[in-house]
Structures are given as C-alpha cells and as structure tokens.
Design a protein around this ligand. Structure first.
Ligand code: SF4
Length: 437
C-alpha cells in the first residue's frame, strides 16, 4: 500500500435517495484511487451528506458538520440541507463548500481541490482512461470489484503500490450495483486489476444479495449482475479456462458480448519474460471457441511493442497473431520503463526508433482489421446506448463500444431521444473508428 494514499472520510445521513448520492460519490472517489476511511483523524478531508427533511434531521446534520469540523477541520457539505447554504454557513462559516443533492461533480471537484487526484495518467497501471477522471455520466458507471493484484508482471508496479488482490464481498458489490441502477445507471463497467481472478483471495466465499446466495467468482457475479437488467461490460479479463463459463451468458444476452483482455503480446517467450497471467494458454484456440459459442463477441485488447529483448521474429509473430485473432479494438503502447518495474533490469532493450517503427507497423495491420470489422456492420440493425443528444444528431455507443476507449455511433435522427436510452438503429456507413446510423 502506498504511503501517499489520499484519504476521505464520509458521513452519510438521511433517506435511501441520499444514500444513492453517497454511493455515487464514493464510487467515483474509489475509482480515482482515494481511500475511504472510517475515522476523522486519518482523513485528509471529510464529506458530510446532509438531510434537511425535518427539523430534527437538520439539527442532526448541523451537529455532524460541527463534529467533523472539530475533529478534522476540512469539511465538504452536500445533500438536501445544502440547498440552504446560508443556514449552514451562518452556523459553520469554515466549511469548504456547500452543495445540494445530486451534486456529484461538485463534491468530487471540491475533494480534488483539497487533495488533488493523480494527474500523471499511466496507461500501464490505471484502470480508467484519463477522461474517466471526471465523474462518469449518470447513465453509466464503473463498478470496482477488487483492489490489488496477485500477479507480478515485470512491466507493472501495481502490486507494489496496491498490494495483493483483495476482492470486495459479492453482496457489497451487488448492493452498490443495485444502488447505481436505482440512480439511473443503464450500463455497468466492471473493473479491477484482474477481473477473472475475482474471489480467489476470499476462497470464492458465497455471499448474499436480496436473500439469494451468490458465489464470489466471475461467473457468479456476472449471473447476479444480469438480474439488474442493464448492460454489463467486463474489463481486464485474462484468458483463463474458467472465462469460458461467462461466454454462454453473453450468447444468451445476459451480459454484453464484450471482453476487454489485455493480451500484451503473442510470443510465449516474451509473455514469460513479462510474467503474464495465463501466458501458457492457447489463446487463438480459445478465441475461436468463444466465437463459435457467441459469434457477436467483441474483443478489445492492448499490446506492448518493443519489450526488452523482443526480436524481429517475435514481433512478426505478434503481427501474425493479430491477423489470426481478428480483434475488434486494439490499443498499442511502446514499452516504456516504469520506475521500479522488474522489466527494466532485463537485457537487450529495444532502441526507441525501432519501437516507433514496430508501433507503426502494428497499428497499420490492426487498423485494417478494425476497420474491415466495422465495415461488416453496415446494413445491420444494432442496439445503441445514447450518450449525448444535440439538435441535429445524437451520439451513442453500440454493445461493442466501451466509453472513452472504443468508437462511437452517430445517429442522424435524434428526435425523441434522451441520454441513457437504448435504441435500435440501422448502420448506414462506417469509417475507420466510428459508425453512422
Ligand atoms: S495482472 Fe500484471 S499488469 Fe495487471 S495489475 Fe497485475 S501485475 Fe499489473
């Protein structure tokens, strides 16, 4: 665990609606890497979500703010009573900010003012894209199911920063997911450092949600999330054999037919040097069998080119893998040394110009594959979740597109559409990245 972790105390008062607000704010803070702590003395700042429904609730809210100021001193106030900022400030003039209910963005930005979020986005270690640092729109939300990682990939310093895998109890995850859905979320993005390892540290201990038992593993969690009736998208999955168990759920339309699997390379020697999980699995055979069960499966992945010791032949093997695997969406990074990562000690680092050349060749191969896979969608009718609506067009995403990292679908007839709607539209054309409907 890092010694520079940023700690937020949180007091949530009031009704279930206020609790939903608290949950949204807490989810976002956790995603951004803040720790939520249960005591005043360990917190860098305290958020008080107030209730202003009746006089006794107001009194309780003012007392809670007073106590937080006495015990900690840095206090952000939000919630129903925050609508009456003057009343709060007249009693407690030193509070840092006051906002009303559903003011997620303002509360998170007030926390940023006291303890800034990480600004140096690192694509090797950060779970959410740089754009994800803002509060996610209300119709989709990230659902973090575990923290830390049991692997020791040689290019990664996550385990030394965040420790070994700690899975959240499955009942807690489901309660958070349910609250998000009750607050209007239509798409849940399941994230962790290793989603396929979910539950291994808690021995897949059965948890309960609404009185029903749920096994704390990836399949059990996916089956339970499917009951919420929203889009469920899986990120950071490794190609272990048990991943096969969630493919039928995708084929049955219970969770999105989408897997974000960071393969990172195709050469078994490089994968071993990287110490990648599931490095010995026959990935191409596995992809083939997944597609035979669920032909509409979208595969997104990331790769590293120019890893220390990568030979021309190994790089060619990677290009061959791309041709065979026909992945839908791919990100590619040139290897860069992260301070403290074991891979830095490996011999035969690849020259920068060669990394650049390999990156360009890689992108050229993949771009052709991605765009021909998009072209194949022209003429099809597909489901689209709406992210933005303007006068002359709406912008959404298909099941194949995760927010911020994949493509968009531009709809030419926005009449009657609202953000968060899921509609069916016919694809009229495609460019290299996006679809038009
Ligand atoms: S699986 Fe590897 S790359 Fe991912 S967090 Fe764990 S050690 Fe890092």
């Amino acid at each position: 665990m890092t010694t520079t972790s940023k700690k937020v105390g949180f007091i949530s008062l009031g009704c279930p609606k206020a609790l939903v607000d608290s949950e949204r704010i807490l989810t976002q803070l956790r995603i951004e890497g803040y720790d939520i702590v249960p005591s005043y003395e360990n917190a860098d700042v305290v958020v008080v979500n107030t209730c202003g429904f009746i006089d006794s609730a107001k009194r309780e809210s003012l007392e809670a703010i007073g106590e937080a100021l006495r015990e900690n001193g840095r206090v952000i106030v939000t919630g129903c009573m925050g609508k009456n900022a003057d009343e709060i400030r007249s009693v407690h003039p030193s509070v840092l900010s006051v906002t009303g209910p559903h003011a997620y963005e303002e509360v998170v930005s007030a926390v940023h003012d006291v303890i800034p979020p990480p600004t140096d986005h690192d694509p090797f270690i950060d779970l959410v894209p740089p754009q994800g640092i803002k509060l996610t729109p209300r119709h989709y939300a990230y659902l973090k199911i575990s923290e830390g990682c049991n692997h020791r990939c040689t290019f990664c310093i996550i385990p030394s920063l965040r420790g070994d895998l700690v899975s959240r109890p499955v009942g807690d995850v489901m309660e958070e997911a349910e609250r998000l859905v009750n607050a209007g979320v239509r798409e849940l993005l399941v994230i962790s450092q290793d989603t396929s390892a979910y539950g291994v540290d808690i021995k897949y201990r059965t948890g309960f949600w609404n009185g029903s038992p749920i096994k704390a593993n990836m399949q059990g969690l996916c089956e339970a999330l499917a009951h919420l009736g929203v889009w469920v998208r899986l990120h950071y999955v490794y190609p272990y054999p048990h991943v096969d168990n969630v493919i039928p759920l995708m084929a049955d339309g219970l969770i999105l037919p989408y897997l974000d699997i960071p393969f990172q390379h195709a050469s078994s020697r490089i994968l071993k040097l990287m110490k990648r999980p599931a490095a010995s699995e026959n990935t191409l055979a596995r992809i083939k069998s997944w597609r035979s069960i669920c032909p509409e499966l979208t595969l997104r992945s990331t790769f590293i080119v120019g890893f220390p010791g990568e030979t021309a032949a190994e790089f060619d093997e990677l290009l061959g893998f791309l041709q065979e695997a026909q992945l839908d969406r791919v990100g590619c990074f040139k290897y860069s040394a992260v301070a403290g990562a074991k891979a830095n000690e490996l011999p035969d680092h690849v020259a920068e110009e060669l990394k650049q050349e390999r990156w360009e060749r890689f992108m050229a191969v993949q771009q052709e594959i991605s765009s021909s896979r998009l072209q194949a969608k022209v003429g099809q009718k597909i489901d689209i979740i709406i992210d933005e609506v303007a006068d002359d067009q709406a912008i959404g995403r298909s099941m194949a597109d995760a927010p911020d990292i994949d493509g968009l679908v531009y709809l030419s007839q926005p009449e009657g559409l609202s953000v968060g709607d899921i509609v069916t539209a016919r694809i009229t054309h495609a460019d290299d990245y996006d679809l038009f409907a």
